[in-house]
Design a binder for this molecule. Structure first.
Ligand code: SAM
Length: 250
């Protein structure tokens, strides 16, 4: 698709250690077109301008690739085992779809409580011909109680869904022991972090790393939190749907 200038996108990805192939770039462009097309009749994103979607949705979703923890796990899994990942509250597919395009071998699950968005995700999965990926409709609190999802994933990831205390209760239950919950946050993470530490401990996690970075060629600051699952999550968590947001663990 020559109508887009994709050189800058590729350059920004290289900052995070990703060398996109032409086929991958093409998938991102189709994704961009469908995102803006569907956004004209449903609420998917407030950001629609090309350069902004590239930076704030696509490149930001891929920021995890710069982390040593992430790279080590992906590289050491090699051919032995395929990485499994669940994206909680994925919305229009961020960060899950960009990560699936870059890592086609990942077994990816996208979860969102709004069915219209799940319909959009299924359209993307079909049009981009993605394999080993499912988009499921429902609340994290309910899916985390099902055996086939609970403590099954190498990574759970989430961006822009809730404050850290609430989010840990939604995300940590999906992670297998020694796996990671990776939370995409803005730069104002400090307060959330002190409020979230107790919840992280109760749910079996431990704060392993915090990565602060700027979106390439900008001064926009972001943070990634890496929470390692050290113990099984007690059976009573997550509490029933809505409670983690109404009464965050503290
Ligand atoms: N992660 C995307 C991004 O970064 O652009 C979407 C963020 S959007 C602000 C939050 C999404 O989380 C919404 O699509 C909403 O439906 C979903 N969501 C909120 N609470 C949820 C829950 N308990 N279980 C599943 N999805 C949830």
């Amino acid at each position: 698709m020559d109508i887009y200038n994709t050189e800058d996108f590729k350059k920004k990805c290289r900052v995070f250690g990703i060398d996109l192939s032409e086929a991958q770039v093409e998938k991102f462009m189709v994704y961009y077109e469908l995102l803006t097309e569907w956004n004209s009749f449903m609420n998917l994103t407030a950001i629609t301008e090309f350069e902004e979607v590239i930076l704030k949705h696509f490149v930001d979703s891929l920021a995890v690739c710069q982390s040593e923890i992430f790279r080590n796990i992906v590289e050491s899994s090699g051919r032995k085992k395929r990485i499994s990942m669940i994206d909680i509250g994925t919305g229009a597919g961020f960060p899950g779809i960009p990560l699936k395009i870059v890592f086609p071998d990942f077994r990816m699950t996208l979860l969102d409580s709004l069915n219209k968005r799940v319909n959009f995700l299924n359209e993307i999965i079909n049009k981009l011909n993605l394999k080993d990926i499912e988009a499921i409709h429902g609340r994290a609190e309910d899916f985390a109680r099902q055996q086939i999802y609970r403590e099954q994933f190498d990574f759970s990831v989430s961006r822009a869904v809730a404050n850290l205390s609430t989010l840990t209760e939604l995300c940590i239950p999906f992670v297998r022991k020694d796996g990671y919950f990776i939370s995409y946050k803005s730069e104002r993470v400090k307060e959330e972090l002190s409020a979230g530490m107790k919840a992280i401990g109760i749910l079996g996690g431990n704060m392993a790393d915090q990565l602060e970075y700027e979106l390439p060629d900008t001064d926009m600051k972001r943070s990634l939190l890496f929470i390692r699952k050290e113990k099984s999550t007690p059976k009573r968590y997550p509490r029933k749907a809505g409670t983690p947001a109404k009464e965050p663990l503290s």
